[in-house]
Design a protein around this ligand. Structure first.
Ligand code: SF4
Length: 93
């Protein structure tokens, strides 16, 4: 893993905690549903940036990263996205 990625890891972790906190404050689920987590993990497991279960782009541990619903893949374009939960929101007036 590149040194620059490792040096960014504390900031990446802090950002992940912040985003999860925002989801929690907004009443959105923080944990990814099991089926979606498995899908995310299967993508990470075959990704060229995966280095022994750590993402080579953000230094996150993929087993943990995929568990957090507000997390997204840092690749360009992202290989998987944060959950929006729009489908669960009541949009009636
Ligand atoms: S988070 Fe994205 S870039 Fe990182 S290992 Fe997973 S799929 Fe690859």
């Amino acid at each position: 893993m590149k040194a620059s990625v490792i040096l960014r890891a504390p900031f990446t972790f802090a950002r992940a905690v912040w985003h999860a906190g925002v989801f929690l404050a907004e009443g959105r689920p923080v944990l990814t549903p099991q089926s979606i987590r498995k899908h995310r993990l299967s993508i990470c497991e075959t990704c060229c940036h995966n280095e022994n279960s750590f993402c080579g782009l953000c230094a996150c541990y993929t087993e943990a990263k995929t568990f957090v619903s507000s997390e997204s893949c840092p690749d360009t374009p992202p290989r998987w996205a944060a959950l929006t939960f729009v489908e669960n929101q009541d949009t009636s007036p």
